[in-house]
Design a protein around this ligand. Sequence first.
Ligand SMILES: [Zn+2]
Ligand SMILES: [Zn+2]
Length: 683
Amino acid sequence: MSNPSIAIHLPDGSVREVPQGTTPLEIANSISPRLAAASVVARLTPLVTETPKTADGQSAEGEEADSEAAMYAAENAAGPRLVDLTTPLTADTKLELVKENDPDALKVVRHSASHVLATAVLELFPETKLGHGPATDSGFFYDFYREKPFTPEDLAAIEKKMAEVVARDEKFERAYEPREQALAEFEKDGDFMKTHFVTRFTEPGAQVSFYRNGKFVDFCRGPHVPSTGRVKAVKVTKVAGAYWLGDEKNPQLQRIYGTAFFSQKEMDAHFVRLEEAAKRDHRLLGKQLDLFSIQELAGPGLIFWHPKGAIIRKVMEDWMREECLRRGYQLVYTPHVARVALWQTSGHEGFYAANMFTPMELDDAMYRMKPMNCPFHILIYKNSPKSYRDLPARYAELGNVYRYERSGTMHGLLRVRGFTQDDAHIFCMPSQIEGEVEACIDFAEAVLKTFGFNEFKVELSTWDPKDRAHYVGTDENWQLATQSLENVLKAKGIPYKTIPGEAAFYGPKIDVKLVDVLGRLWQLSTVQFDFTLPERFELEYIGEDGARHQPVMVHRALFGSVERFFGVLIEHYAGAFPLWLAPVQVGLVPISEKHMAYAAKVEAELKAAGLRIETDGRNEKMNAKIRDFANQKTPYILVFGDKEEAANSVSVRTRGKGDQGSIPLADFIAKAKALIASQSTEL
Ligand SMILES: [Zn+2]
Ligand SMILES: [Zn+2]
């Protein structure tokens, strides 16, 4: 019997009828052998999609390894998925051949590199037991159990052996084995970690998936690059201890980290970027510039803003509040805690409890710290009757929220347990949605531009109408909301990526990710529709028709978190803040003690002009004083002695430009004031 044929939809819109069992590689070869050689894996998207949903709109922050579950769990046939080029196709599907320049391909080559690493380790140290080896955002790791720790010499030998494995260009081949047989073999060999993974991530009676390259075999669901030779640049970076399953009563594993790329050139660029990023690390600069700290005694993930960080925050917040008022928002303040009853009404108690601080008991009830400000703003809206004339109502707050992050996951200012959202909630009529979204996008652009970011990326997360049960709100509302978001982005000519099925259950959203000076993406602003909270809290307004209607609610945050935005700012500017943000804008250096009187006069004039200054009156050499201000990345250093005093001038040293010579004090003040007023990033 010949195989029935299936329809393969290609990205150019063409459809190929091929026999069932045809592989992506065969299809690629039939198009062009060149395309086949350039492809790494294939991306299949079922023609009928059903995408799993996240329970809330919170996006995970920070860098995380692919979870074990993602590595081993049964393949989810619903969404787009990556498969080996040699996977037989069994049903009608969209097919995309993924080449090396696709970001997904990088993860595949990195995971393949982890197999190359394990291959090398077993060849050199056959007694080693294998854990697992996922790709991470910056590379890969593999967990090994061996009584003797790997020495630096061992790592060098492993790296050399890996080069051999790559040079052998072994094919990655997939095979299946009955689960019980696989378990018996792993148990016999004392492979306790593999036994655990197979037991945990496969079902009894199942066929278990393996990948072989040469003599090396690993329990894995793939996908992989076609052969080890495709791992063209690979490097072992470090080894660290890790307890098996994170429990210190368990044996200690050795986690070998590495990274891999499709070319040496990309790898070199990666290490240059890492070096540059390390110099800009906000935790390092935070200490060096005395901006903030995290105190062991107070607990992890809680930020202490020191005077120099606090003044920057004040400038950021002042700007934000003024802009809010200018743009028709009303400022509100709300408490940090509320009765659990409120969180039950809002749904947080049901959907979000794992991210909240545990409840505390007060005399009359249980209370919780707030993880979000929304329910509070809703209570303000609800406090008095509203008519269509009151809408849109825009409430803005720099609200402190507290969220439970697992210990060990905190990271400087970027991932914390207490932070400040520049949060606003807009209550409006459906007919006002588009105008409000447009205003939010304008505002987000203004934030990015003002704080010195020229590049950003926009994502539109929409629902999946085929998966109706996962969403609240009417079809009409969803269409209207999604359409308004799209209309605004199109009208403003903003390029964006639509991510279907990525909306939260309560509404579609726009995410704005800024691109920093090193090209890194940071998720900041979000504009999010919500059909559920107005319903849960029974919000209403009296329409023009005299009847009661339910308003639409928009959540929006532009900095996102003030702490996180500050962390990004520190790294973006490497601590050399623009004049308007710099904690000390001008450093004064009197050449000797006899110029202290003139220093007082200069100081008074600069202060009167609203500048933030610091005078170094120590009995130190002029050059030492200049160096200290320069180390603090002070934008301007003014030096003066007899000559300057006589001429009522100052000698100006500009950050990044050096000695600019003497100018009249009044001219300097006028220039500095103009730069500050225009929030200039230039000096
Ligand atoms: Zn694998
Ligand atoms: Zn909200």
